[in-house]
Design a binder for this molecule. Structure first.
Ligand code: MN
Length: 207
């Protein structure tokens, strides 16, 4: 049975960019609800409970039809949120000058793929603003090594397209308490709490 993973920081650690109340509700209520509904869907299928979640999500056609949508939505919700918490960090940690050599590596990878770090940020922000409705925006490392920005609807996961490097939750529940309809401000805030060290680790990981 799946359980809620602990956050690698406290609920108020991302203040003032992402507020403690949003983090608390997002983690304890929304993420927990995906896990509860995923567990409920898998209850009658012990053979599926022992499989890796990524495998279930990558091969949804192998999941019985009666629970396929539940696994897609709630399994995807569990996977996406578990990833999301890992790529956030308190402001000024794992960022900027604290990155050292990793920062130089990251910069050269971004320049190679997007021309500059700023271009990457602009393209990612644009994709996050343009995404209609609930979903996620991703930076993906494709099999051929190229980095691409893409989005998924609802709680669909991105790994059929490659290895996820960065993901942004653009569901309103991720920002509405603090930012209401101002998604652009939320996206700006997100960029202040990205764990660039984690990104560099994911980018340079050998497959
Ligand atoms: Mn969410």
């Amino acid at each position: 049975m799946y359980t809620l993973p602990n956050l690698p920081y406290t609920y108020d650690a991302l203040e003032p960019h992402i507020d403690a109340e949003t983090m608390r509700i997002h983690h304890l209520k929304h993420h927990q609800a995906y896990i509860d509904k995923l567990n409920a869907a898998l209850e009658k299928y012990p053979e599926l409970q022992t499989q890796k979640l990524e495998k279930l999500l990558q091969d949804l056609n192998a999941v019985p039809e009666t629970i396929r949508t539940a696994v897609r939505n709630h399994g995807g919700g569990h996977w996406n949120h578990s990833f999301f918490w890992q790529i956030l960090t308190p402001p000024n940690q794992n960022q900027g000058s604290t990155l050292g050599d990793k920062g130089r590596t990251l910069k050269s990878i971004m320049e190679k793929n997007f021309g500059s770090v700023e271009n990457f940020q602009n393209q990612f922000q644009e994709a996050a603003l343009d995404h209609f409705g609930s979903g996620w925006v991703w930076l993906i490392k494709r099999q051929d090594g190229a980095l691409v920005i893409m989005s998924t609807a609802n709680q669909d996961t991105p790994f059929d397209r490659g290895q996820p490097i960065l993901g942004l939750d653009v569901w309103e529940h991720a920002y509405y308490l603090k930012y209401q309809n101002r998604r652009a401000d939320y996206i700006d805030a997100f960029f202040k709490v990205i764990n660039w060290q984690m990104l560099t680790v994911l980018l340079t990981k050998k497959d």
